[in-house]
Ligand binder design. Structure first.
Ligand code: PHE
Length: 374
């Protein structure tokens, strides 16, 4: 800023000449009119009204004028600045209105569009069925137990009294994650071939009495076909307490089939062998379709049980004392029973599913008829 100068004529100061002020004002108005966005307008605002704008600089020159000249120059600059600010506010309002209108269109939601074109998913019937079965046991006071699917070979076999050369350990049946190590055949790692290792885990975890039910996924080296799948589901049951007998096992199983299939259902036992139960048995249940009436009755054949009257459920037996010992339970004091069966098979005959592959393909046409339970 120059120092006051008595002989100073505003008209002589370049920046304060009327035509200069007009030019500055018109340039500002043109710049605002040309701004086609709020960002562009902001730039024009800084250039034409900011502290370094020509009009602001001209304003500063006024201070250097002699008092008698200040008023006129001040009025001229003030009017130009007023016009510029007004034009700025008008353009600002216009551009904001345009933006708001655009956003309203871009972000509009058509509330009349159907909201449910994508049907809700359904839980897989295997899951819901497995939960129903587990619920039967939970209502009897059993506790749900779980174990890992990638399991130590020791839990899957050794603790369950499978000898070192038992054929089930072979690569043909078992997916090995890590083979046995060392000269003494230290335990390898497998994908569990059944839910029975959870028996051993539960006995090591808890003090008897133990009443557990374990639903879970198991693995065997089978090709996927109409009746096999390399990944399937089992439910394991284990009860260890004082004085349990085979009659308790049978009574528990009768209760299960009656809860799932109706009050007239019953089970039967056929001798079998498992290393971890002694004695062992195969458990059958009465065919829930013909209730045994198709047996020896060619007029009433039954597809579900092939007219045999019984359907195979799964393996069971009294827990082998060797398993109790391996898990630190005194076999003199405690006895127990165990039961294990495949869910896929049970679901197949319960719902006449003919091909196992339908259960794993995830086609909603298979799951839909089971209901949309979520
Ligand atoms: N784990 C056995 C199987 O997979 C079934 C079974 C469970 C047998 C419990 C006896 C007791 O075939």
């Amino acid at each position: 800023m120059s120092a006051p100068n008595k002989s100073y004529d505003p008209v002589e100061v370049e920046a304060l000449k009327p035509e200069e002020i007009e030019r500055m004002r018109d340039e500002a108005l043109a710049a605002f009119a040309a701004a086609d966005s709020l960002d562009a307008l902001h730039e024009a605002k800084v250039a034409h009204t900011g502290p370094a704008s020509p009009l602001a600089l001209a304003n500063r020159e006024i201070g250097a004028l002699p008092p008698h000249a200040k008023a006129e120059a001040g009025k001229r600059v003030g009017m130009a600045r007023g016009a510029v600010n007004k034009a700025l506010a008008t353009r600002q309002a216009e551009l904001e209105a345009e933006r708001d209108a655009r956003v309203l269109v871009e972000e509009s939601v058509d509330v009349t569009l159907p909201y449910d074109r994508v049907p809700p998913g359904a839980r897989h019937p295997l899951t819901t069925f497995m939960e129903r079965v587990a619920d039967v046991f939970v209502s009897m006071g059993y506790e749900i137990a779980e174990g890992p699917e990638v399991e130590a070979e020791w839990f899957n076999f050794d603790a369950l009294n499978f000898g070192p050369d038992h054929p089930a350990r072979q690569m043909q049946d078992t997916f090995f994650v890590e083979g046995p190590k060392g000269d003494h055949g230290e335990s390898g790692v497998v994908l569990r071939t059944h839910t029975s290792p959870v028996q051993a885990r539960s006995l090591l975890d808890r003090e008897p009495p133990v009443y557990i039910v374990c639903p879970g996924r198991v693995y065997r080296t089978d090709e996927l076909d109409a009746t096999h799948t390399p990944v399937f589901h089992q439910i394991e049951l284990l009860a260890v307490d004082e004085g349990l007998t085979m009659a308790d096992l049978k009574g528990t199983m009768d209760h299960m089939v009656q809860s799932l299939f109706g009050p007239e259902m019953k089970t039967r036992l056929r001798p079998n062998y498992f290393p971890f139960t002694e004695p062992s048995a195969e458990m059958d249940m009465l065919c829930y379709v013909c209730k045994g009436e198709s047996v020896g009755n060619p007029d009433r054949p039954c597809r579900t049980c092939s007219s045999e009257g019984w359907i195979e459920l799964g393996g069971c037996g009294m827990v082998n004392p060797r398993v109790l010992v391996a898990c630190g339970v005194d076999p003199e004091k405690y006895s127990g029973f165990a039961f294990g069966f495949g869910i896929e098979r049970m679901l197949m005959f319960r719902h006449n599913v003919e091909d196992m592959r339908d259960m794993v393909e995830g086609d909603v046409r298979f799951t839909r008829p089971f209901g949309m339970e979520i």
